[in-house]
Design a protein around this ligand. Structure first.
Ligand code: EPZ
Length: 425
């Protein structure tokens, strides 16, 4: 059973200029759910998940896992029961991997479980080349024979064995892939310069609950003692920090007063500091953040970095905010080489942005005006929605299927806060 696909040609019609006010609930984290679902391949039995966000990428992963021989027992609201007893197919086809790069997360688990994998190379995407060389090199060091042929990664191994591996670049899914593979490998694996994102820490913690022996999560080095088998997963996915951050900026850019519930404030701490620096009031409890803005704020600089640095997944949304700041903001994108696609669209709304390589210089303007806009990737699309909420007049945002990949019911959540936004089928 899969989620219904939202129509590919859907548009958002946004009438800007309304202050957002009220409360909303954050959904489960997409980027925590996807690796957890892929990790179910390492187990045999019925895996239980709650807090699964009903977004298109989750749908794609579920489709892939069913294709591999798994069975969706139940998928209702945010609860998923998934049986991995009969996983026997080892191919992740181009169709699936090209629509969602995170499909590559099945590579490590398939090699660990079946000793074979055929996973399509994802190719470049809207935000950069995004190769998989770090994943491949690590798996080779673990004894897998890998060849690249006709756009596919073919992997084969009798049983993966422990190794010592240093990531030249910090990679989130690279860390997840090798971590999952190492849980069932023979002997000890040491992974260095790993990602410390909450999604990776969570993956390690849940795998430990299933019987894995992983130490060091949240530090630069992971040490994994391989085990023979893992128990099925039973976990609750934590709230999406990028979704929370997006609504924090929505409140800020509209001069709003929004309380964001079901969120972990420490995971958005870097954004909170930047919003305060810009002049917002940000109030925190254990599980909520409130952003209060009077609509006038200063330009501040940001530099995207691996966690706990400023998240690249919030860069586009923050740029939208900075277009209306007083003064200048310098935005440095260090993670992806081409993650400024939204800048051209924001400029069409009247923003003053100059791009110089990986740097964007944003000079705040007094107002943005609504325009027909084109969404190019998930977070870029979110930034256009935010800009449209603050702009004068109407914006029509096409290709919102990008947004549906990672935001559950964004238009409804915004509408309930007072935004004038509707989906046109
Ligand atoms: C994850 O992508 C997230 N996706 C991305 O979220 C996020 O933007 C990114 O991490 C950075 O935080 C998921 O968790 C499913 P990386 P990932 O490997 O793992 C280079 C969103 O909007 N690299 O950490 O694919 C790479 O090109 C998405 O929700 C190599 O060179 O990113 C990039 O420059 C988009 N070789 C850098 O590392 C490799 O083998 C970091 O990428 C792997 C990565």
């Amino acid at each position: 059973m899969c989620l219904p696909e939202k129509k590919i040609m859907d548009k958002f019609i946004v009438e800007g200029g309304n202050r957002l006010e009220g409360e909303l609930e954050i959904s489960g984290a997409k980027n925590a759910a996807l690796p957890m679902m892929a990790a179910s391949i390492l187990t045999t039995g019925v895996n239980k998940f709650s807090g699964i966000p009903q977004v298109r990428d989750v749908n794609t992963m579920l489709h892939l896992l069913n294709h591999l021989g798994g069975r969706t027992e139940d998928f209702n609201e945010d609860r998923l029961l998934f049986d991995t007893t009969h996983i026997n197919n080892y191919e992740a086809s181009y169709d699936l991997v090209s629509t969602m790069r995170a499909s590559c997360l099945v590579l490590g688990p398939l090699l660990a479980r079946l000793g074979r994998a055929k996973v399509s190379l994802p190719g470049g995407c809207a935000i950069g080349a995004r190769p998989l060389d770090l994943h491949i090199r690590g798996l080779e060091l673990m004894g897998a024979k890998i060849r690249l042929e006709q756009g596919y990664i073919y992997g084969e191994v009798k049983r993966l064995r422990g190794t010592r591996y240093y990531f030249d670049t910090v990679s989130v899914t690279g860390t997840a892939n090798l971590l999952m593979a190492a849980t069932l490998a023979e002997g000890e694996t040491i992974l260095e310069n790993v990602a410390k994102e909450p999604e990776v820490v969570f993956l390690a913690d849940v795998l430990n609950q299933c019987g894995a022996k992983i130490k060091g999560q949240g530090t630069d080095t992971l040490v994994i003692q391989g085990v023979q088998s893992l128990e099925p997963i039973d976990c609750h996915i934590f709230p999406d920090r990028i979704e929370a951050g997006t609504y924090m900026i929505a409140s800020a850019i509209t001069g709003g007063n929004v309380k964001i519930n079901n969120c972990l404030p420490r995971q958005v701490e870097t954004l909170t500091l930047k919003l305060r620096q810009a002049g917002m009031i940000v109030e925190e409890t254990e599980t909520s953040v409130r952003v209060i803005s009077d609509g006038s704020f200063n330009g501040v600089n940001i530099k995207t970095q691996p966690y706990p640095g400023f998240a690249t997944d919030l860069q586009a949304q923050f740029m939208a905010l900075m277009t209306l700041a007083q003064g200048q903001s310098i935005i440095l994108e260090t993670i992806f080489e081409n993650r400024f696609m939204h800048a051209a669209e924001l400029k069409r709304m009247g923003a003053d942005i100059t791009l110089q390589g990986r740097t964007a210089i944003v000079n705040g303007v007094k107002r943005l005006s609504g325009a027909p806009l084109m969404a190019t990737d998930l977070r870029a699309s979110a930034s256009l929605v935010l800009a449209a909420l603050a702009a004068e007049g109407e914006s029509v945002i096409s290709r919102v299927y990008h947004i549906d990949r990672g935001y559950f019911n964004i238009e409804e959540k915004l509408y309930r806060l007072g935004a004038k936004i509707r989906r046109k089928k």
